[in-house]
Design a protein around this ligand. Structure first.
Ligand code: AVJ
Ligand code: FE
Length: 447
């Protein structure tokens, strides 16, 4: 009984945190014209995301979990992501910003009322442990990260502020890579009450030994690839990557906007500023990450290699929920939760170091892996096929570890993200790996 009450209070607080974040990115940040505008064909108008999270909450928490009466069944289709491609949402008869605000508040008030009677041990897989509430909380946080990507694509001045002081960047002096010994580890999870279906079930994966980079590839390192003519040399690119490179005409990551007397510049959430050399490179697509890796004589890690490095503890043989153990993420563990509006340099979060010695596996930038998005052995869709299963076998690469924009409540070392290999508007970077058999990296990159 006391545990259920604690869970109810936590759910109410987490729902609140997510909503404050959504409102901060929409109603509090921009005027009506900016909220209803299509800032990029890749993204929804922000006002769509805003009412979509409310409609998702109505469907899952109000109608399904609480068995309450539907509030606005007439708008379900408008806010169904599968019915309406992102580029077309701007021409739908959407709720206005203030209508969306009122609608979301009405749904939320009913959900909070219904929480009082919620049971979390009734034998319903949807309700037990608070699963469906966690799903809805994480859904809103994921859309908030999507809205941050829309903010990044939007033209115009800065409207968002950092709430944490930028961490002091110590000169990175650690070893460039760490060895992960051969052997089995537990991948995925069965017990985590926050996990999505695609993270389940826990299963054993046996890997040969490999090296993984201690840190994500930095802007300075990536600049060397650019300066070395990396974008002009088809040797480094996969067939599809080279096709993308020539068709798109791109020669730098997204949002690099030229230079000022030799100093490279980037545009970040409405500010044009010098590119910080020691921050992880951001806004690269899979094809660029893969080309850089070949140039550097290495490769991207597989998803299993990424997860083993992030959570396998050779001392105990078990897999942790986070690189640092089981404790909920705090600011000193990882750069998560939109406190900074950028990735942090390597070495700024020593408390978050993984057992293998890899730094900052969570937070900063999503890390591209070489793996296609598919279900683990024994996968079963829950509670709906459209969250994960319909994407299995599509043209998607897995990204791991979350970014500065990912809320800690929606992050753990088992969390799986995916996107098309040409996407760069997400907060994506990468780190490299190589087989342990090799003595030193080959390739054309610097030694
Ligand atoms: C897991 C980030 C790929 O944004 O398409 C949001 C999350 N699913 N609403 C997405 C999601 C349904 C999803 N990603
Ligand atoms: Fe959604």
């Amino acid at each position: 009984r006391a545990a259920a009450e604690r869970l109810r209070r936590r759910i109410a607080a987490e729902l609140d945190t997510g909503r404050a974040r959504s409102v901060g990115l929409t109603l509090e940040a921009l005027d009506e014209a900016d909220l209803v505008a299509q800032h990029s064909p890749l993204m929804s108008p922000l006002v769509w995301d805003l009412a979509h999270v409310g409609n998702y909450e109505e469907q899952w928490l109000l109608r399904t979990a609480a068995g309450g009466e539907a509030l606005r069944p007439d708008i379900d289709t408008l806010y169904d992501a599968f019915e309406n491609p992102r580029a077309e949402r701007v021409s739908l008869p959407l709720l206005s910003p203030s209508e969306a605000e009122d609608y979301n508040a009405a749904v939320r008030a009913r959900v909070l009322d219904s929480l009082d009677g919620a049971a979390f041990d009734s034998g319903s897989p949807l309700l037990d442990g608070g699963f469906v509430y966690h799903m809805v909380i994480q859904h809103e946080h994921q859309h908030d990260e999507t809205m941050l990507a829309t903010h990044q694509l939007r033209e115009g001045g800065p409207v968002l502020a950092e709430t944490a002081a930028p961490p002091r960047a110590p000169e990175f002096t650690g070893p460039a890579e760490v060895l992960v010994e051969a052997g089995p580890f537990t991948m995925g999870t069965t017990a985590d009450p926050w996990s999505y279906d695609n993270e389940r079930p826990a299963h054993t994966v046996d890997l040969p030994a490999y090296w993984i980079d201690t840190r994500a590839v930095t802007n300075a390192q990536y600049l060397d690839f650019v300066a070395d003519g990396g974008y002009d040399d088809p040797r480094w690119w996969s067939r599809r990557g080279w096709e993308w490179r020539t068709r798109s005409g791109k020669r730098t990551p997204a949002f690099w906007v030229g230079d000022d007397g030799g100093t490279p510049l980037r545009r970040r959430l409405g500010r044009v500023e010098p590119l910080p050399p020691d921050e992880p490179v951001q806004h690269v697509c899979f094809f660029e990450a893969d080309a850089y890796a070949r140039w550097a004589g290495k490769r991207l890690p597989t998803e299993a290699e990424w997860e083993k490095a992030a959570r396998h503890d050779p001392a105990t043989g078990s897999s942790h929920r986070f690189p640092w153990g089981e404790e909920e993420p705090r600011p000193e563990h990882a750069n998560l939760g939109q406190r900074l509006l950028r990735p942090a340099p390597a070495g700024t979060h020593p408390a978050g170091t993984a057992p293998c010695g890899a730094l900052q596996m969570l937070g900063d930038v999503w890390e591209w892996t070489s793996s296609d998005f598919t279900g683990y052995p024994g996968f079963s869709a829950f509670p709906y096929r459209e969250y994960s299963e319909v994407f299995f076998g599509g043209d998607y690469k897995v990204l791991r570890g979350g970014s500065w924009a990912t809320h800690p409540t929606a992050m753990r070392a088992t969390f799986r993200n995916w996107d098309h290999p040409l996407r760069r508007q997400i907060f994506s970077g990468f780190r490299l790996a190589r087989d342990a058999g090799e003595t030193a990296p080959g390739g054309g990159g610097p030694r």
